[in-house]
Design a protein around this ligand. Sequence first.
Ligand SMILES: [Zn+2]
Ligand SMILES: [Zn+2]
Length: 130
Amino acid sequence: MEPIDRHALRRALLDSQPWLAATDAGPRAVSAGLCDRCDEEPRLLPTCGPAAFQALCRRCAEEVGDEGWCEGHRAQGRAARQWAARLPDRWADAVVLWWVSTGELRVDTVGLPDPEGFSPGVRVALGASA
Ligand SMILES: [Zn+2]
Ligand SMILES: [Zn+2]
């Protein structure tokens, strides 16, 4: 497989999945890695509440609910969960690809999500045929 063009990947991800540009939620708002609660899905939302997690995946954020945010940030937590609910089905793969594009995750440690279903620009950057 061709080496990944990380800059092209980031551009193509931003073009096709503009939600990745968010800085208060999403992969730019949390440190790269798996959810603090389930350890299965990527982190997506930063949290600060009594539940003592730092970042949760979409499902866990929904299940933890208001407990994930301190009193002062409850409204932001709700807005973040609503934002997350509207993301595409493959948000988790997009998040992993984002971190690959920024160099926060290395392909040889995470493995690459299936490029199928992503935009032609993303597939080309990953070395797959458009
Ligand atoms: Zn989780
Ligand atoms: Zn807070």
